[in-house]
Design a protein around this ligand. Structure first.
Ligand code: APR
Ligand code: ZN
Length: 374
């Protein structure tokens, strides 16, 4: 029985940016009040984890990265009621406290207890549950999944169906709601519409699937890596544009292809230039542009305000605007009932200890989404 004891386990530690992760023995403290300790079974690797490792987006280091995880509750702290040891759970990069103004608002999902906007890398009491080589190790977004065991707040974890295939459902922690919600909740794509998707990686692929499910009749995919095209075509992309092979700016080509621009544009890359290109690709009067990519720290967006004056809407949202604890278990059930499909989004699986190989391949654009198995 490990409850109330420190667990010594293997974890991938990011000591600093621009260096490989190092697999180390990590001491994981027992959960305090309103916290749970989880044995991780699988974790996705998201573009955001890569951007942190590349130093493009800053979080406190050293840290255990990873924020899409599936596992089993090992033990719970005092006062925890929503989960118990043995439950299958998903970890949530956005918590849902169900008490703050955002949680109580019918549309709000960026809970005041988040640690995503200006990450502290610490639990809500200002301390960490991780120690390695006598050093404090930070958490990431209140999750940290590149480890055999982690500690998260009860409000950042949710029980899922016992029948869930744990080697797959981890991506329903982030990639799936982010991509599907961008389409279903934020843009509200309508049947017969034309969509353009910038970036055909993990998030962009989920967006394409949801556009198709919403009845979009034309889906233009934009990516500089043409190896992404065959796969994206199978998911629903009808036309491809590689900006590097065009003589004109890609947004101009989209406008010419569609008359006045797309009804809906999505940015799933995380660059300022492609965000503006996405906005300029959608049509005046009622075009909607949704930005899902996360730009490098401190960069500013700048565009002609007439784009907005003339009726375009620019939107964004974390986790596809889903209320995490309320909605994510339902997405898992929808998957089990075959109402949604997530299988095409997972292109690779690696054993956890090969995490650096996975990051290397992701960095080279050879992976849509990889799942680490523990
Ligand atoms: N123009 C077009 N496509 C580009 C460009 C560019 N200038 N630069 C990169 N891409 C493509 C890559 O080739 C890749 O296919 O964008 C895609 C990005 O996909 P991933 O690396 O798989 O990243 P993903 O996990 O989908 O995340 C995308 O969303 O959640 C955020 O932080 C995340 O900002 C990131 C974005
Ligand atoms: Zn809240």
């Amino acid at each position: 029985d490990t409850a109330n004891k420190v667990i010594l386990c293997r974890a991938a530690i990011a000591w600093r940016a621009n260096a490989p992760l190092s697999i180390e023995l990590l001491e994981v403290d027992p959960p305090k009040a309103c916290e749970v300790r989880i044995k991780i079974l699988s974790s996705g690797i998201c573009g955001t984890d890569l951007h942190i490792l590349e130093g493009r987006n800053k979080v406190p280091l050293p840290a255990v990265l990873g924020h899409e995880g599936a596992g089993i509750i090992e033990s719970v702290g005092e006062g925890v009621t929503s989960v118990k040891p043995g439950d299958k759970v998903l970890m949530l990069p956005l918590p849902e406290c169900r008490e703050c103004c955002f949680c109580l608002h019918p549309k709000g999902n960026v809970c005041v207890k988040e640690d995503v906007l200006s990450p502290t890398g610490l639990m809500l009491d200002g301390t960490s549950r991780f120690t390695c080589k006598a050093q404090k190790i930070h958490h990431l977004f209140g999750t940290s999944t590149f480890t055999e065991y982690t500690v998260v707040h009860e409000i950042a974890v949710v029980k899922i169906d016992d029948a869930s295939p744990m080697n797959k459902v981890c991506i329903i922690s982030c990639e799936v709601p982010t991509g599907f919600g961008a389409v279903f909740n934020t843009a509200k794509v309508t049947p017969g519409s034309t969509c353009v998707v910038f970036g055909l990686g993990g998030i962009g692929s989920a967006i394409v699937m949801a556009c198709k499910a919403s009845g979009a009749c034309r889906i233009i995919g934009v990516d500089i890596n043409e190896k992404k095209f065959p796969r994206a075509r199978a998911l629903g992309v009808t036309d491809f544009l590689n900006p590097r092979n065009l003589k004109k700016p890609v947004q101009q080509v989209v406008v010419e292809m569609t008359g006045f621009g797309a009804d809906f544009a999505f940015e799933a890359i995380g660059l300022i230039d492609t965000m503006v290109a996405a906005l300029e690709s959608c049509r005046r009067s009622y075009g909607v542009c949704v930005i899902m990519g996360v730009a490098p720290n401190r960069e500013q967006l700048s565009f002609d305000p007439q784009l907005i004056n003339s009726g375009r809407t620019l939107k964004g949202g974390f986790l596809g605007e889903y209320k995490s604890r309320d909605c994510i278990p339902k997405l898992v059930t929808d998957y089990l009932q075959k109402k949604i499909n997530i299988d095409p989004l997972i292109t690779h699986t690696f054993h956890f200890e090969r995490i650096n190989n996975a990051f290397e391949k992701l960095g080279k654009g050879k992976i849509i989404r990889c799942v680490l198995l523990f």
